[in-house]
Design a binder for this molecule. Structure first.
Ligand code: BGC
Length: 742
């Protein structure tokens, strides 16, 4: 395999190949990573400069470059013109500045940033162009704040709906994951900022995250948990990777020879830096030898970090060679040259809190909102018939930029749904707000943190009565319910799927007093919505959706935006239905074995024939679409090196322009190995005008049909018949095409 050399122009070459796919909106480029390995690689070479710098560095200076010298920087070497490496969280926007050696915010006035929609929202757009927009926009903000490394994107597979970071991660599906992560990384890095893809790897739960030993069989690892990381490295040319907290097959991720050296660095040819998650390092010699390059976030004085004094001692004592240290220093310098933080005068300078960035956040937010149910056509709102709107629920006024454990974003702009309604509804329509429920938790909070605490689910009767009165007296009721970033948070998983704070009862009672009740859920992860779903006719799903989240949501409700978001994970009816729970393999204790194997998410539901409440890939529109004339380009047998080109017409048979996501799932009717009933292998989001059709072309390399053959330690495409199921969710298949591969 040709090595993926980390050079500026490699990024440009990949960016070019991405740009050529974005310009053809209907032709999502499903190229396999292998073909991209042949992309032109530049002759620009910094290795000579790097050698010369390494020769001049003392061991102490090298060690300084390999560990934290504040919460978010390493030490530079001024006498040689080597800058510090400056990092920032994170997925939601550029985190505010904090103290050098504590998490205390500095309270600056100039560190505000745009709040971008959370990962789940990005995934729900099913739109790689918007993932690129996200990366480019947040990358510009990172540069404007003088950051070198953006600690994002975070995209571990959603294995359990309870996962505390579900809101922050993308999806349960490895294919959707990689198709979004690659353009995101390219967008970030075009700004001369390194993306730090995280958390590598199998970091799929918060419970015991610092200690749990994850056991995943090899095939599942390769087919489900690694593809997006691999694509981000090989196709996206990510400059840095964050080693996760947990263990994998007995070794911590930051000293895991198999995942760091064997797979990441040797097999995938990664030449950038492995940065530890914060305080996730447990050794000096083992960690450095096994592939960690930079240690961050360890408690205690910086000089006591594993890669500080202990590293110098290990070299002097002969446990590590200086050449091994040099290898990591070389990687740091290589990234610095690529992001032009060293020896360059033409580095991008970025921009922040601009109108354009708010527009980017708006575009992503508005394509992320999922219309789950619209049985009585209450949506879009028919404002001509409305003189009074009741707005109920804490999430009508709540902000989501900050909250919970871990990274948030201090932003100047966050439009709430109530603010947006007040701005957007005609003056003659009266809006009355009632909170309806309180967000109360059981027991005492520790350090002002609510996550991991039980919730009080009895309704406050005064608030309930007030809300009922307001609802009764209105033409239409919109309940903004769901969750928040205190309840869904890093560092703890949820205990169950219940919608907290008594909201189910509230929604039911409000619906009884006013049948024109629309429930809008703002959350980042699946909930048990069975009762809500059977109570209301109209259900909308939104996310921790960024600075413009309220505007996007109200534009969907009024019909200014036709919803086009699709669920990036399965909404189960019951927790026990989802694979990690059905197999009783969550959360484990000292260790956890992923017993469901490859059957993660809809792969499990579809293979085991378990009906979810709402399936993966599901989402309605205010218009209707028909898929017609689906065909593949060949009637003869395909060979492994071919691509299958699927064409179809997407017809908009309704009255509004709208976007639909064509989804292609693969199955293999007979196979010598276990295969999921469906695996997503291609998709394309297309805008169609009312009464018109658009031709959609989806190209899938046959190599995407492969399974990972553990004995051969290689990917293998089985010969025989395959079925391509074309639909607009994993459960709504509109046409199936058979083809043969030899
Ligand atoms: C998180 C990372 C984050 C780091 C620095 C850790 O707790 O897991 O995602 O980048 O903190 O804030």
């Amino acid at each position: 395999m040709k090595k993926n050399i980390l050079k500026v122009t490699v990024g440009m070459a990949f960016a070019f190949s991405f740009a050529s796919c974005t310009s053809q909106h209907k032709q999502i480029n499903n190229s396999s990573s292998d073909s991209l390995l042949d992309a032109p690689i530049s002759n620009l070479n910094y290795e000579a400069e790097i050698d010369s710098l390494i020769n001049k560095l003392t061991l102490e200076e090298k060690s300084g470059m390999l560990h934290g010298n504040s919460k978010f920087t390493t030490a530079g070497v001024e006498r040689l013109g080597i800058p510090a490496l400056t990092m920032a969280d994170g997925p939601l926007g550029i985190r505010e500045e904090i103290s050098r050696d504590s998490w205390e915010p500095l309270g600056w006035e100039n560190d505000f940033a745009t709040f971008y929609p959370a990962g789940g929202a990005v995934a729900a757009t099913w739109n790689p162009d918007l993932a690129y927009t996200f990366g480019k926009s947040i990358g510009e903000e990172a540069r404007d704040r003088s950051k070198d490394v953006l600690l994002a994107p975070a995209f571990n597979i959603i294995r359990t709906p309870l996962g505390g970071r579900t809101y922050e991660y993308f999806t349960e599906d490895p294919f959707l994951n990689k198709k979004l992560v690659v353009p995101y990384v390219i967008g970030v890095q075009e700004n001369d900022v390194a993306a730090c893809i995280k958390h590598y790897a199998v970091n799929n739960q918060e419970t015991n995250r610092g200690t749990v030993d994850v056991n995943v069989d090899e095939r599942t690892l390769r087919e489900i948990y690694l593809p997006a990381f691999k694509a981000a490295v090989i196709e996206g040319n990510a400059y840095s990777v964050m080693g996760a907290y947990n263990k994998f097959r007995g070794d911590y991720l930051n000293e895991n020879n198999y995942l760091l050296n064997d797979i990441l660095k040797n097999e995938w040819g990664f030449e950038g830096i492995v940065i530890s998650d914060w305080d996730a390092v447990h050794s000096t010699v083992k960690a450095l030898k096994n592939g960690l390059d930079v240690e961050m976030g360890t408690d205690g004085p910086f000089e006591d970090y594993y890669f500080a004094k202990p590293l110098i001692k290990a070299v002097k004592g002969g446990e590590l060679s200086e050449a091994e240290v040099d290898e990591s220093v070389r990687r740091v310098l290589r990234v610095m040259y690529n992001i032009k933080s060293i020896d360059s005068t033409d580095r991008k300078t970025g921009s922040r809190n601009t109108k354009e960035h708010l527009e980017d956040a708006y575009k992503i937010a508005s394509e992320a909102i999922v219309l789950l149910k619209n049985n009585e056509d209450l949506l879009p709102l028919n404002l001509e018939k409305v003189s009074k709107v009741a707005v109920i629920g804490a999430n009508a006024t709540r902000k989501f930029g900050l909250g919970g454990y871990g990274a948030g974003v201090k932003t100047k702009t966050e439009i709430t749904p109530l603010e947006a309604l007040e701005q957007k509804l005609p003056q003659n329509i009266e809006i009355e707000y009632a909170r309806g429920y309180e967000e109360n938790y059981v027991g005492q909070s520790e350090n002002n943190q609510n996550h991991g605490r039980g919730t009080i689910n009895e309704l406050n009767l005064d608030l309930l009565e007030e809300a009922k009165l307001v609802a009764k007296d209105s033409d239409i009721v919109i309940i903004f319910a769901g969750s928040n970033r205190d309840y869904e948070s890093e560092a703890s998983d949820r205990k169950d799927l219940e919608l907290p704070f008594g909201q189910v009862e509230l929604i039911k009672q409000i619906k009884e007093v006013n049948p024109n009740t629309i429930a809008v859920l703002i959350a980042g992860a699946p909930y048990d919505l069975r009762e809500v779903n059977s109570s209301v006719s109209t259900l909308v799903w939104s996310w921790f959706n960024g600075s413009e989240g309220g505007n996007a949501l109200i534009d969907v409700l009024t019909g200014d935006v036709n919803p086009s978001g699709k669920l990036p994970w399965t909404m189960p009816k019951r927790l026990e239905d989802s694979p990690a729970h059905a197999t009783k393999s969550f959360p484990g204790d000292d260790s956890v074995t992923y017993k469901e194997g490859i059957l993660v998410g809809y792969r499990w539901f579809d293979t085991k024939n378990i009906a979810p409440l709402y399936p993966f890939g599901y989402g309605l529109s205010y218009t209707t679409f028909n898929f017609k004339n689906a065909a593949v380009d060949k009637s003869e047998t395909y060979s492994v090196d071919d691509s299958v080109v699927i064409t179809l017409d997407v017809e908009n048979s309704g009255k509004r322009a709208g976007k639909e996501v064509v989804q292609v799932y693969l199955s293999k009717p007979t196979s010598r190995i276990e295969r999921a009933a469906k695996e997503l292998k291609g998709f394309s989001k297309v805008m169609v005008q009312p009464g018109k059709s658009e031709k959609v072309t989806i190209r899938i390399p046959i190599s995407e049909f492969a399974f990972y053959n553990v004995e051969k330690q290689d990917w293998e495409v089985e010969s025989g018949e395959y079925l391509l199921h074309i639909g607009n969710s994993s459960r709504n298949i509109l046409q199936t095409i058979s083809l043969r591969v030899d």
